[in-house]
Design a protein around this ligand. Structure first.
Ligand code: C2E
Ligand code: MG
Ligand code: MG
Ligand code: MG
Length: 291
């Protein structure tokens, strides 16, 4: 197709396309360079018990530490990695880094039961995954109960029996399965009967409206969170609320009986050596308490 009304005929439109092509080629180059040089890192964000405010575990969030561009968040490259299939290789590096980092944290006093929650893309659910998880966990001395596999609805979308079998195997091995971004997307509830879900993560969008001037939206979201919490607990699932940024939001989650909270109120995702250095010196994140 050509843009007809531009001064230069087709060139405006074609330039836009070639800009995008160039951009995409650059991302692909960044990814392959990052894979070669092990530039992918799992940064850790604490998941905090709402009652005691102790850190129960961490979510591993992927970062690409680019040699020239600095630290890149997944929004910059994950879609391309999923389209080109490199997400499988990246996912392997992230799993290894997450387990390795958790092993270091586990050695700290009181942290021997900490877990790490790793995000998995649909493409990673191939038959070799359960064995890979088992062998890497044992390589780093991590018990199955210390690994949570985070999936989104995208993993379950086509109700693929192959994928369900893989999830069952991972669950049987002793890892927990978390359903991420719960409450967004299409038909989240039916998955709860078909997949061995242990943890439900309430999507950030519900929490975000609390304390804003959109009082009606906030009130409706509060009721939705209350209902999600009730359903999850009926299904024997643990509930984690994501994106908690304010004390007001945290207090509301406390009053709703949500189990755990995660968000900037406690900590941004951190480079794990920095996190460990802080934990072994003075200010543990868990010591920042909300009355
Ligand atoms: P997610 O799994 O839902 O992760 C939560 C996202 O919210 C993270 O963004 C996190 O940094 C951000 N976040 C945490 N607390 C707050 C808060 O209080 N306020 C706000 N505004 N944001 C908060 P991030 O790290 O940019 O990751 C974005 C998404 O990329 C993740 O969403 C996940 O879907 C995907 N992702 C991240 N790491 C991996 C990975 O290793 N593998 C795969 N397949 N996907 C990943
Ligand atoms: Mg997640
Ligand atoms: Mg999420
Ligand atoms: Mg997400």
């Amino acid at each position: 197709a050509r843009k007809r009304d531009g001064k230069n005929g087709a060139s405006v439109y074609d330039d836009a396309i070639s800009d995008r092509t160039r951009q995409r080629a650059e991302i692909e180059k960044d990814i392959s360079e990052a894979l070669e040089n092990s530039w992918f890192e799992a940064h850790f964000q604490p998941i905090v018990d709402v009652e005691t405010q102790e850190t129960r575990g961490y979510e591993a969030l992927m970062r690409l530490r680019h040699g020239k561009k600095g630290l890149l968040a997944p929004a910059n490259f994950i879609a391309v990695a999923e389209e080109t299939g490199t997400i499988g290789l990246i996912g392997n590096q992230i799993l290894d880094d997450a387990l390795k980092n958790l092993a270091s944290i586990s050695k700290l006093p009181g942290m021997q039961n900490a877990y790490v929650a790793v995000n998995f893309s649909p493409l990673q659910f191939e038959p070799g995954l359960p064995i890979r998880i088992a062998s890497q966990a044992s390589r780093f001395g991590i018990r199955p109960s210390q690994l949570v596999v985070e999936i989104t609805e995208a993993v379950l979308l086509h109700d693929n029996p192959e994928v369900r079998k893989i999830l069952d195997q991972i669950h049987e091995f002793g890892c927990r399965i978390a359903l991420d971004d719960f409450g967004t997307g299409y038909s989240s509830l039916s998955y709860l009967s078909r997949v061995p879900v242990d943890i439900i993560k309430i999507d950030q969008s519900f929490v975000r409206s609390i304390g804003t001037d959109q009082a009606i939206v906030a009130q409706k979201n509060r009721m939705l969170m209350e209902s999600i919490n009730a359903i999850a607990h009926k299904m024997n699932c643990t509930v984690i609320a994501e994106g908690v940024e304010t004390t007001e939001q945290f207090k509301l989650l406390q009053s709703l009986g949500v189990d755990c909270a995660q968000g900037y109120l406690f900590s941004k995702p951190r480079f794990v050596p920095d996190l460990i250095r802080e934990m072994t010196t003075s200010r543990k994140p868990a010591e920042i308490r909300i009355a």
